[in-house]
Ligand binder design. Structure first.
Ligand SMILES: O=c1ccn([C@@H]2O[C@H](COP(=O)(O)O)[C@@H](O)[C@H]2O)c(=O)[nH]1
Length: 289
């Protein structure tokens, strides 16, 4: 199962997920001068970061908006990067956050689990209802794909809807989502103990972190919010379990880290690697033994 592969990769390489949110402004001028075409520039930037972090990163996340923003060429870079990650023996998350009626969701499934944009995992938004999730389950039956469903997100506005209270016990809405996902996820648990149905939990709100980890023991977490959004090692570590059970994403914090150094433009991939190692250490230092 793909979740067992992810678990094993985390065991070997650690918990840092590199976010390839490849804005052209984040790419050194030197590289832009070298390759004139947007698709080649974006792909080369990604490739060099991947090549330099492959042994310390279990999975890469591509936020599709950064590629869509550059039109067809951007999407070519998205496709080539996903293919490259696969050919390098690593894993990918297509951060697409889809959520639509089932007939449309069928087509999203085809596009992102089968077609040119095929990824190992995708992110989904359940806030339009659970019928928006069902069409993806047929891919989970095959055991080689997984989903991360938004539970409690990292942005300040998460409180606007996710923290409303509902139901007879007046629980936060995100707990209603979590309980349904937990139930659904029971059919897809791998030998590592985690389900192909994982959840996105922001590493920026720590108040209910421990409760979320304890309540959803079989759920693997995708944890964004570290670094640029303010999440620290000690904030995100509460969502992990024995240094596994989750991956902590950082995008800008890693791929633009070279900008702090005088020779950064020439060595951006080296500084991306350093940022991954620093982040891993910061998270493990936050661990309560
Ligand atoms: O709750 C969420 C869900 C997804 N994201 C995504 O993660 C990265 C974060 O980027 P940084 O540069 O490390 O802040 C980005 O792709 C978001 O779309 C999130 O931040 N929060």
């Amino acid at each position: 199962m793909i979740i067992d592969r992810l678990y094993e990769e985390v065991e070997k390489k650690g918990i840092v997920c590199v976010g390839l949110d490849t804005h052209l402004d984040y790419i050194p001028k030197k590289l832009k001068d070298e390759y004139q075409d947007v698709d080649r520039i974006m792909f080369e930037f990604n490739k060099r970061i991947i090549d330099n972090t492959l042994d310390i990163v279990p999975i890469y996340k591509l936020q599709i908006a950064y590629y869509e923003a550059y039109g067809i060429k951007g999407l070519m870079a998205y496709k080539r990067t996903l293919e490259y990650i696969k050919s390098a023996g690593s894993l990918s998350i297509g951060d697409i956050k889809r959520g639509d009626i089932s007939s449309t969701a069928e087509m999203y499934g085809k596009a992102h689990f089968e077609g040119d944009f095929e990824a190992d995992f995708i992110t989904l938004n359940p806030y339009m209802g659970f019928d928006t999730i069902t069409p993806y389950l047929k891919y989970l039956e095959r055991r080689d794909k997984g989903i991360f469903v938004l539970l409690r997100t990292s942005n300040p506005g998460a409180k606007d809807i996710q923290y409303l209270k509902a139901g007879p016990q007046s629980n936060y809405i995100y707990y209603h989502i979590g309980d349904r996902l937990k139930e659904l996820g029971q059919n897809y648990i791998g030998s590592c103990g985690y389900s192909l149905i994982g959840a996105v939990v922001g590493g920026t709100h720590i108040d209910e972190g421990e409760e979320i980890r304890n309540k959803y023991k079989n759920m693997f977490f995708l944890i964004p919010g570290y670094g640029r959004q303010g999440g620290k090692g000690k904030d995100v570590v509460i969502y992990l379990n024995k240094r596994n059970g989750g991956i902590v994403n950082s995008s800008r914090g890693i791929i633009t880290s070279y900008k702090k150094y005088e020779d950064g433009d020439k060595n951006f991939e080296k500084y991306a690697r350093l940022a991954v190692l620093d982040m891993r250490e910061d998270i493990l230092n936050g661990e309560r033994i």
